[in-house]
Design a protein around this ligand. Structure first.
Ligand code: DON
Length: 305
């Protein structure tokens, strides 16, 4: 793949996405996110040889939201290893990403670390022995090191917005606590959770972040090979909630979405890709982000299958 080929493919995808009439619906249950225009679109790709190509709004900051569940999982797996699986499962979910019903059916053990309840558990685990500020500091350090970029911050307005309106997350936290699957007071775990969801990154930074998951030799080695394999497997099976099967069918690349419209997609050994378009489909995943990744994987034959 020559430099011009890949860059031209990204520019073509950008132009195609701009021409789509249906851009999905921007998340509005977090009022701060509802302010973002659905017309934004960015994409960035890091390759194994260290080159990076981008198109569209690839240097605009967006709220990573559930993509941060990859950060918490990576840190929790590093600290607890298989001990993690006593408190959270590793099977795809059948309900929406913030379902209280599914948590009740599973008796307080969330199906996987990527649904909200599962990320509340991994957040609760990495909070052990630290203050919320220290835990968030550790997360930011991890993200900045992986991205090789210190200019990555939390947007306090987004965190405050969700603290007020995130009723389902409050319900999930109390439910977890009722099943004794939360060790800290709900507001403490939720405080860290809302803040890591509010980390802001650009597509270029997020694609850079993903290099260790793609196994690139030039990426900072922060996570063991075994854990990288586990994270990618979970991204493939659970990264798009109850839309993970459809995403795997269409795109064929392990990926994690966020309700801010970002998706991090990892093609092991070949590419770390970040795409952002804030309009969502009915499962809460970026509509055009998914469409763009499908176009990219088909035109370059980039798929793990
Ligand atoms: O907890 C929430 O609802 C949001 N902070 C994150 C959810 C999310 O990103 C779902 N993703 N597609």
């Amino acid at each position: 793949m020559s430099k011009t080929d890949l860059h031209q493919t990204l520019l073509d995808i950008c132009a195609d996405m701009a021409g789509c009439n249906d851009k999905g619906a921007v998340a509005n249950y977090i009022p701060e996110l509802a302010k973002v225009s659905p017309d934004r679109f960015g994409i960035s790709v890091c390759l194994a040889d260290g080159q990076q190509f981008s198109a569209g709004d690839a240097t605009a900051r967006f709220s990573v939201q559930s993509v941060s569940k990859v950060f918490t999982l990576a840190i929790a797996l590093g600290r607890y290893g298989d001990g993690l699986w006593r408190r959270v499962g590793r099977e795809p979910s059948t309900h929406e990403f913030n379902s209280v019903q599914e948590l009740e059916l599973r008796k307080g053990i969330p199906p996987n670390p990527f649904v909200n309840a599962g990320a509340l558990v991994t957040t609760d685990m990495i909070l052990a022995g630290s203050t919320p500020a220290e835990t968030l500091g550790e997360m930011l350090r991890f993200v900045r090191q992986a991205a090789s970029d210190d200019d990555i911050l939390i947007d306090p307005a987004v965190a405050a917005s969700e603290t007020i309106t995130g009723h389902k997350n409050w319900a999930l936290a109390h439910f977890l606590a009722s099943f004794k699957n939360l060790e800290h007071p709900c507001e403490r775990t939720l405080g860290v959770y809302f803040h890591h969801c509010a980390i802001e990154m650009t597509c270029e930074q997020l694609a850079h972040f993903g290099r260790f998951l793609a196994g690139f030799s030039h990426s900072p080695s922060l996570v063991s090979r075994d854990n990288v394999r586990s994270i990618n497997a979970l991204m493939m099976t659970c990264g798009h909630y109850n839309g993970s099967g459809e995403f795997a069918y269409r795109v064929g690349i392990p990926a994690k979405s966020g309700v801010g419209g970002g998706i991090l997609a990892i093609l092991p050994g070949k590419a770390s890709i970040a795409v952002w378009s804030p309009g969502l489909n009915k499962q809460g995943n970026s509509l055009l982000g998914t469409r763009a990744l499908e176009a990219l994987s088909k035109s370059l034959e980039w798929s793990v299958f």
